[in-house]
Design a protein around this ligand. Structure first.
Ligand code: NAP
Length: 319
């Protein structure tokens, strides 16, 4: 594998990456997808998706399966569950080094997505898997007849909070303002759910337990500065997503939160490097926009490869 140079490596196998790979492969480009886990990306953890055109309602896992099934139609090499060590986007030939191999390519499409942002408070790391969870769908069933606190006021917090009422006897949703960010339709459903209680104008300060399990959360009322405590069995932070940029941070122009800056063609600040989906600075992070970004990135990667081939013919470039 060390000597092989792909035309295009797509880093990340979520909706953006799979769409990018499909468009690249349809452009007759030798394409590989590399992912740190299995293919599918974030939708795998979404309970239900109601805003992907063509599907009034579909389980995230099912949509991810359909994406993968579609991709399997093409001759795309897939390297999954790869532990990435290093990514070089600066050299003319880009490379991705994992524990198993070094993969090289003329062009790279970054579609590594974003992961749950961390609260950064005491107890969050310590109680991960012992009462702290970022995935209601994965862990909700452990909270049957228990009390949980969801942090955040966006769609994820309110929807996942509502999902948790299937199991928990009580779900508190703690939000730092007194107005939710979630869509009105999502809010309406939550306000009508009598297992949900909102705690507005408050932020968590510390997650407390007996070293084995979470038992309470300490929080602050931002209006009164009061420090309060609430007994809980679980804490689910849903405060948005942070870009997955660990292995190439600083090699591209990024915004203040680390999201990759691109132009409308998904070109980054480096020739031959494109970005698509949640990892890039974009006004909307949805499956539908990720898929669209991927298509644009894939098409433009093909164009770029044609341009360098042409330039090569004329002896202008060495690739
Ligand atoms: P989001 O919309 O960015 O909301 C994050 C929430 O967390 C906001 O209410 C924010 O408060 C709060 N927050 C941020 N940092 C905080 C901190 N340090 N401490 C306490 N609270 C903090 O993120 P999201 O809900 O994860 O959604 C992300 C994207 O995915 C959105 O575009 C959303 O529509 C989409 N999504 C869609 C679906 C769906 O369509 N089914 C489901 C889930 C997510 P402020 O409001 O004060 O900023």
């Amino acid at each position: 594998m060390e000597d092989k140079i792909f035309d295009c490596i797509v880093l990340g196998g979520g909706p953006a990456g799979l769409s990018a790979a499909m468009y690249a492969a349809r452009g007759n480009v030798d394409t590989a997808i590399i992912d740190t886990s299995s293919l599918g990306g974030q939708p795998v953890n979404y309970l239900e998706i109601e805003n992907y055109l063509g599907f009034k309602s579909i389980e995230g896992f099912e949509l991810a399966e359909k994406f993968e099934d579609h991709i399997n139609k093409f001759d795309i090499q897939k390297f999954t569950n790869e532990e990435i060590q290093k990514v070089d986007l600066v050299s003319e030939i880009k490379s991705v080094t994992t524990l198993k191999n070094t993969y090289k390519a003329k062009t790279v499409i970054i579609a590594t997505g974003a992961s749950s942002c961390k609260l950064g408070i005491k107890g969050e790391k310590e109680y991960l898997g012992k009462g702290v969870s970022y995935c209601a769908v994965c862990d909700g069933a452990f909270y049957r007849d228990k009390t949980v606190v969801v942090i955040g006021g966006g769609n994820a917090a309110v929807e996942e909070g509502a999902y948790l009422t299937k199991f928990a006897k009580k779900v508190y949703i703690m939000h730092r303002r007194n107005e939710l960010r979630a869509d009105k339709i999502v809010q309406k459903r939550a306000f009508g759910n009598d297992k949900i209680e909102f705690i507005f104008d408050c932020v968590p300060i510390e997650i407390i337990g007996d070293n084995k399990r979470v038992s309470k959360i300490q929080y602050k009322n931002l209006k009164t500065d009061e420090i309060l405590e609430l007994n809980t069995d679980g804490v689910f932070p849903y405060i948005g997503f942070c870009p997955n940029i660990e292995f190439f941070n600083g090699q591209l122009i990024q915004d203040e939160r680390g999201f990759i800056m691109t132009d409308e063609n998904m070109r980054t600040s480096r020739f031959g490097v494109f970005a698509a989906g949640d990892v890039r600075k974009t006004p909307l992070r949805q499956v539908i926009t990720a898929v669209s970004d991927g298509a644009i990135a894939g098409v433009n990667a093909v164009k770029y490869l044609e341009e360098i081939k042409e330039a090569q013919k004329q002896g202008a470039m060495s690739i």
